[in-house]
Design a binder for this molecule. Structure first.
Ligand code: PBG
Length: 332
């Protein structure tokens, strides 16, 4: 019996060899598109402290951070996002250390830029590492107050821009902060400083390991009155329109993997480049699953990074950046 199907189209033809698969691949993933988030703290801490819930990652003191950045630059990583752990005795309810021009963050940005002018820096703009309440905004009578917070974030952005940050990255989700920061940057001669807005940042349990790494969990309550509700997608476009109109150069969706629909939705509706944040909990899921022998770590990493590109992210913030760079360096 002849079982031959008389097919005109056989999609498997384009999957038949790796050369053909590479020829027709719809997306690519290069180091140029990755941003490596790094945790750091004051010089009197150990050069490198492992983070229990983020296997393979560490928190560095300033010297350790400079060494790590040098290694990453040699591997071809060009973009870094900096996240500080501030000593408890510098935290207060006004988050005043956030505005200290001689504080840990601006000093470290200056050092990095002096030593490695080619390193491209995204500095985080939010109050949680500096606030004794652990919230991204000021807390008054158990409320996160918007407008006063925006005025502090605006001054903070100027301090970081002056230190040499290439992009300031407001991750706080206060209303109106992008416009206020853009206006202040323009007025103070920082026309070249970019704004990467955390536009659709959801209140998420996937930030758990990050808050461990920085000891930045809210002391009371949660972040649901400012971060987005995970039941919503249309609201992300409202946020995107505001941020773009107010002067954002790049908009971000965060977390990443559980929110690929949001990335795709925004990429189909706006032209501003979209960054995805492959957050700490997503990294931990793959690492711990691999440690338990449940899946192949490298393959799961690469597959999920490509998922961001397929969804429409141009830029990916990922804790896997160094591991991916090491694989490329080995020719894999
Ligand atoms: C805080 C901030 C958070 C992350 C980046 N900036 C945590 C939060 O909002 O509580 C999370 C990143 C991650 O989980 O990898 N402004």
């Amino acid at each position: 019996m002849d079982s031959r199907l008389n097919l005109t189209t056989r999609p498997r033809r384009l999957r038949s060899t790796s050369e053909i698969r590479n020829l027709v691949a719809e997306t690519s993933l290069s180091l140029e598109q990755l941003v490596y988030p790094l945790f750091f703290t004051h010089e009197n801490a150990a050069e490198k402290t492992d983070i229990k819930t983020l296997p393979g990652l560490a928190r560095y003191n300033v010297n350790g951070l400079l060494k790590e950045i040098e290694i990453c630059l040699k591997l071809g990583i060009k973009h870094f996002a900096l996240f500080p752990k501030i000593n408890d005795d510098l935290k207060n309810s006004n988050a005043s250390e956030a505005l200290n021009a001689a504080g840990l963050v601006p000093q470290t940005i200056r050092l990095i830029k002096q030593k490695f002018p080619e390193a491209h820096i995204f500095s985080d703009i939010a109050l949680d590492p500096f606030s004794s309440d652990g919230h991204d905004g000021l807390v008054r009578n158990n409320q996160i107050i918007n407008d006063e917070t925006v005025s502090i974030l605006t001054q903070m952005a100027l301090v970081h821009a002056d230190a040499g940050a290439d992009f300031v990255s407001p991750s706080d989700m206060m209303d109106g902060r992008i416009g206020a920061i853009r206006e202040a940057l323009e007025e103070n001669g920082f026309q070249k400083t970019g704004i990467m807005a955390y536009t659709a940042k959801y209140a998420s349990s996937f930030y758990g390991p990050f808050r461990d790494a920085l000891d930045s969990a809210p002391r009371a309550g949660d972040k649901k009155t400012y971060q987005m509700d995970y039941r919503n997608i249309k609201e992300s476009l409202t946020e995107a329109y505001f941020d773009i109109e107010e002067g954002a150069d790049i908009i971000m969706v965060k977390p990443g993997l559980p929110y690929l629909d949001v990335i795709q939705y925004l990429s189909q509706n706006v032209n501003t480049p979209i960054a995805a944040y492959n957050v700490s909990g997503e990294y931990a899921m793959i690492k711990f699953a691999a440690l338990a022998g449940a899946m192949d770590e490298q393959k799961a990493m690469i597959e999920s990074l490509y998922a961001f590109r397929r969804a429409g992210a141009r830029i990916i913030f990922t804790y896997f950046a160094k591991q991916y760079a090491e694989l490329l360096a080995k020719g894999l």
